[in-house]
Design a protein around this ligand. Sequence first.
Ligand code: THU
Length: 136
Amino acid sequence: MVTKEKMIELADEARKIADKAYAPYSNFRVGAALLCEDGSIVTGTNVENRSYGLTICAERNAISTAVTQGKRRFLALAISTPDSSAPVGPCGACRQVLSEFMPPDAPIRFACNSSEFIDTTIGELLPHDSLHDLKK
Ligand code: THU
C-alpha cells in the first residue's frame, strides 16, 4: 500500500527533477519519479535531440536508470509537467515499458503546475495488454 504522503513525496521529486530536463526543442519539461520495491526513489527527465525522433521520455529514462542500479520492481510512479496547467499522461511507448516493471494496480500520478492531478494505474493506461503472456 503506497501512502498518500508517499505519492506527494514522489510528485515533489518528479517536479524537482523536471528542472534538469534537456528540452530546448519543445520547451516542455517532464520529470518522473519511481518508487522502487526497496523504498528508494529513482528519477528521470526527458532528453531531447536535434534529430527529434531520438528524444527519450522522462519515464523511460527513470526506468533505465533504475534497472541500471539493479532495481526492477516499481510500486508507484509520479510524473510532473511543470510547463502544463493540466496533467499529462505518459506516451504509448512509455506505457508499454512501464508495464514491464509495474504491477497493473500500482498507483501512477500525473501532476502539473496547477493543483490539478490525475491518479491512475498502468492497468488503466494499458488495458487489454496483448503481450501479457510474454511477460517474465
Ligand atoms: N515527454 C515525456 O518525457 N514523457 C511523456 O510521457 C510525454 C512526452 C517529453 C518528450 C518531449 O521531450 C516533450 O515531452 C514533448 O513531447
